[in-house]
Design a binder for this molecule. Structure first.
Ligand code: 2AL
Length: 173
């Protein structure tokens, strides 16, 4: 998809296409639409990230809370968004054994109890062995650092989703 197509989208089309760049936060795309025209894909991405960065802490935590757990209940129930489903199955999280799933469930619960939001990690840049390792490591981080780390992961997820939508190479976006 070229930038001319993106820049010519009306509000409804734009939110329909880009509404899940940030998981279950179409409000971000709704706000970004007002910033058109976008000079290039990197400019479009910058607008998404600038909106997140400008949120107060409660809004940033809200963005994190819109993310489903990795290998959580929604995956079991088949209620993930199409993007999440692809990301989680690509990382091998749909084929965990019972013990691995239980371990992740416990770690996810500990993480949420400590920080008040779910553990977020760009699954496409990880795998089923690395996820519990990274979760256990980040569980020990100070809360202010962890909020920043989690939002960087939201941006990595958004970067890859945007590249998919634009048919662009993520390394060149
Ligand atoms: C997710 C998700 O659904 N896809 C992804 O890359 N990460 N969720 C999460 N809690 O990190």
């Amino acid at each position: 998809m070229d930038m001319e197509t993106v820049n010519s989208m009306d509000f409804g089309e734009f939110v329909e296409v880009f509404g899940n760049v940030v998981e279950r936060c179409p409000l971000v795309a709704a706000a970004v639409w007002s910033q058109r025209p976008f000079s290039d894909p990197a400019d479009l991405e910058r607008q998404f990230f600038a909106f997140i960065d400008a949120l107060p802490q409660s809004g940033k935590e809200g963005v994190l809370r819109c993310h489903p757990d990795l290998a959580g209940r929604e995956l079991q129930r088949g209620t993930l968004t199409a993007e999440s489903q692809r990301e989680q199955s690509g990382a091998g999280l749909t084929s965990l054994g019972a013990a691995e799933r239980l371990r992740l469930t416990e770690l996810n619960a500990q993480y949420r109890a400590r920080f008040g939001f779910p553990f977020v990690l760009a699954a496409r840049l990880s795998d089923r062995a690395a996820v519990p390792r990274e979760l256990a490591r980040r569980l020990l981080c100070p809360p202010e650092l962890e909020l920043r780390t989690a939002l960087e992961e939201v941006k990595k997820i958004g970067h890859l989703r945007l590249a998919d939508l634009l048919g662009a190479d993520p390394a060149k976006l």
